[in-house]
Every structure is written in C-alpha cells, then in structure tokens.
Design a protein around this ligand. Structure first.
Ligand code: SF4
Ligand code: SF4
Length: 444
C-alpha cells in the first residue's frame, strides 16, 4: 500500500502538541527529516521511554519516512543527558547499519520547540510565522514515528503511552486504550496522596489544567502524554488559573518595561521579531498599535516570559494568547517579514537550564521521582472523542448497539480533508454516539 494511504488509514496525527494529521504533513520532498526526542518540558517521560523500549520501531520508522520524503539527512534530536537512550539508539543504529544521525543537545528549555530544534540542527531559523518546510525540513516526534511504523504494518492508532506523576502514590508509565478516562489513569497510579489537587494535562510549562470534577469526563486522546497531579495551591496551578480580566488589567498597568520577557524569549533569540515587552507596552497604551500587537501571533506560548523571566509576576504569554484570539476573530494573520532571520548574538548565554527552571517552578520534589515500569491498563469502557487535534472532527461510521472490535474504523475523514480517522480502542458494543464522542462498553 502507498505510504501516505497507510498513514491516513491508521489515523496517525502528531503524538504531541496540536496533533497535525501526519498524512498531510509528509507530502513534499525535503532535504532534512528531524525527529524531536528532546522532551524538554520538566517531568515528561514518554519519549525517553519510547526511545529506550521501542528503539527498533523508531529507527525503522525514521528510515521509512525519510525514504518517502527523499530526505538525505535523517536526524534524531535528543539531550546529551539521556545516556541510557543514547546507548540503546547507537547500538540499534549500528546493528541496522542505519543512516540515522543522533544530534545531542544541552539540557535547556525549550530545546524541543520545533523551531529551536530546526535552528540548532540545520543552522537555519525558520521565518517568523513559517513552518519547517520553509527551510526544506520536516519535523516529527518520537511517538508519531512509531505510529507511522505501525501504520505500515496496518496497525491503526488505538493506544497511547501516558505518564502519571506528581502527587500520586505510585508514579507510573501506562499503556492505555485511547478514550480511557483520566480518572482511571490516576487510579492506576495508586490514586492521589492529597485532598486538594489539580491536574495538568501535558507539561508544567505548556500543559492545560484539568479540574477534579472533569476527570471522569476527560479521556486520553491521541495527543495526551502526561497527567501531572499538583496541589491546588501550587505556584504553577495558581499562575495558570488566573482569570483573563485580571491578567489583562495587570498587563496594562503593572509592566515596568524591564524587557526581561523579550531578552529571554526563545523565538526572539532565534531572530524573530517578537518583543513581548513592546506588546505589553502597546497594551498599556490602549491597544492602538496593531503592528506591534500582531507580534503576539508568532508567540509559541512556551511560557518562558511568564513563568520564568518576568520579575513582576505578570503575564506576557497569556496576553499574547488573548491577542491571538482577538486577531483570529477579526481574521487577521501574521504578515511580517518572511526572510530567514539570524539568531541573536547572546542566544547561547540565555538558554534556560532545566534545573533552574524546575527550581523556579517549585517542582524539585517531583523531579527524578521513580516512575514505575510500563503497565498496561485494560479499560472496560472508553469515550473516544471525534475531535482529538486541530482540524475537522471525524464523522461516525457506527451506531448505538453496533459490536466493534479493536482497530475497527469507527469514524473517518476524507482522504484530502484536514483530519484523521478514528478506530475502536477496545472490543465491545457502541453505547453512545454523540456529537463529540463515541462510547464503547467492553463489558456488554
Ligand atoms: S510565550 Fe513568551 S517567551 Fe515564549 S515565545 Fe511567547 S513571548 Fe516568547
Ligand atoms: S518582564 Fe514583565 S515587567 Fe518586564 S517588560 Fe516583560 S512583562 Fe513587563
């Protein structure tokens, strides 16, 4: 079967981030194919686990993708400190006589930002508002490549690896059917040790808060990678919970224009015209200067400015998020300079060491916590969302009462549409087909 058809059939999307449909991303020939194994957010574990335990599938998957992209250079970017993973990967590359190259990075945040990784590996900064294709490159991540390898073997995406850690009794790496509730995942980690807690889906810098009363309803999707449980009054939770009106009032009134947010901004440092201190100034001046405010459109929301740099504890990143929403509603897109920029001369000195970031975020007590080896969670019931990533929701192919088997396509999008197919993740009976999800009961 054609490579892209196999990836489309299997419903592969980017296994982290926005979940871009993979069959639409890998259509052009490029010079370089990069796999992002940096896993730069503190506390995340899944990519390291996959690089250790699914090494063969990862290297073979990279070769398959690179072959289809006709990429001459095939690179896996990861951190120098991942000694065990580097050893295993190097041995496998040698055994397979593979042309995959390992690119070893320092332990800084955000080493795994797609644009930062492209800059460090190719030496070229992607133009502001651009994508890796602009510099003849495609970037994917570890989980996605393994899913592509399985797609070629005609195995659709039905499972996810999810680490559950923080204030749980037994931090653990789980293999779970897509659609398993967050509540089930946390139960399998031995439950929560404290009474008042909140959950971050994803990493502490860019992840989203899930409240306790949402845990039974929220379920693992194709982009879920971690559930981090923290006390409700933890610094990171409190910062992420601030109401938008409060954030915007502070932005307009409390910024002292020290420009630390700009000087530490990773996108500014690779040469993009993104100056959050000027955006904040424009906010304070009555939001008149649209040209400056539009710089918010090229913010990657890494949160360096807000959770690390700003001495006043105010929120440039959240202000940018707000402005993006305003521009989206008006249909305004970034139309700045598309030339390939040069990095700032101080960039190397302003990379944020992860240890310092962890201390600043008050996460030291969770760092290096032992995460138990992989456990398989067999869910009795799953709730599979029809929209699990950017793009179009899939259209159901089943109705209530249908019996389905794991791997069966239960919702689909057209081959050229911006979306991905969805498959049953357990054997069972369809008990609900709602506008936003399909529920399967495995006990019926
Ligand atoms: S969140 Fe802040 S530091 Fe990160 S890219 Fe946006 S402006 Fe820059
Ligand atoms: S770091 Fe904070 S106070 Fe300084 S310019 Fe940026 S938003 Fe204003």
């Amino acid at each position: 079967m054609n490579f892209l058809d196999a990836v489309y059939n299997a419903g592969v999307v980017g296994a982290g981030g926005a979940g871009f449909p993979t069959h639409l991303k890998m259509t052009k020939e490029v010079g370089t194919f990069i796999v992002n194994g940096a896993e730069c957010e503190p506390l995340l574990e899944v990519d390291k686990f996959l690089m250790r335990e699914k090494t063969y599938e990862l290297i073979k998957g990279m070769e398959i993708i690179a072959g289809n992209l006709k990429a001459a250079r095939v690179v896996l970017g990861l951190k120098k400190k991942y000694k065990v993973e580097i050893k295993k990967l190097s041995e496998t590359i040698k055994e397979l006589d593979s042309n995959v190259e390992l690119f070893l990075m320092d332990n800084f945040y955000p080493a795994g930002d797609e644009q930062i990784m492209v800059k460090d590996i190719t030496g070229k900064s992607i133009p502001a508002g651009g994508i890796p294709l602009d510099v003849d490159t495609v970037v994917s991540n570890v989980g996605t490549v393994i899913n592509v390898y399985e797609a070629i073997e005609e195995k659709p995406v039905t499972k996810k690896y999810v680490s559950v850690l923080g204030e749980v009794n037994n931090p653990v790496m789980l293999e779970v059917p897509i659609g398993t509730s967050f509540e089930e995942c946390i139960k399998r980690a031995g439950g929560v040790k404290i009474k008042n807690y909140a959950v971050i889906e994803g990493g502490p810098m860019m992840g989203k808060i899930v409240h306790r009363d949402e845990l039974a309803e929220k379920a693992v999707i194709k982009t879920t990678g971690a559930l981090i449980i923290l006390p409700e009054d933890h610094y990171v939770i409190k910062r992420k919970e601030r109401p938008e009106a409060h954030i915007l009032n502070e932005s307009r009134a409390a910024c002292i224009q020290c420009r630390m947010c700009t000087d530490m901004c990773p996108r500014y440092l690779i040469g993009h015209k993104l100056r959050p201190h000027r955006v904040m100034r424009a906010m304070g001046m009555g939001e008149q200067d649209e040209e400056i405010l539009k710089e918010a459109l090229i913010c990657c929301e890494c949160n360096v400015c807000e959770l690390f740099a700003c001495p006043m504890g105010i929120s440039p990143k959240s202000t940018n998020t707000y402005l993006k929403g305003v521009f989206r509603e008006k249909g305004v897109r970034y139309d700045g300079n598309k030339e390939i920029p040069s990095e700032h001369e101080m960039r190397d000195y302003r990379k944020i060491p992860v240890n310092r970031l962890i201390a600043r975020l008050n996460l030291s007590r969770y760092y290096n916590n032992k995460v138990a080896d992989l456990q398989e969670l067999k869910a009795d019931k799953v709730k599979i969302f029809l929209s699990q990533h950017i793009g179009k929701p899939a259209v159901p192919l089943v109705k209530e009462g249908d019996r389905v088997i794991e791997g069966q396509r239960i919702a689909e999008v057209g081959r050229e549409e911006f979306g991905a197919n969805i498959h049953a993740s357990i054997n069972g009976v369809v008990t609900k087909v709602e506008k936003s999800y399909i529920e399967i009961d495995g006990m019926v």
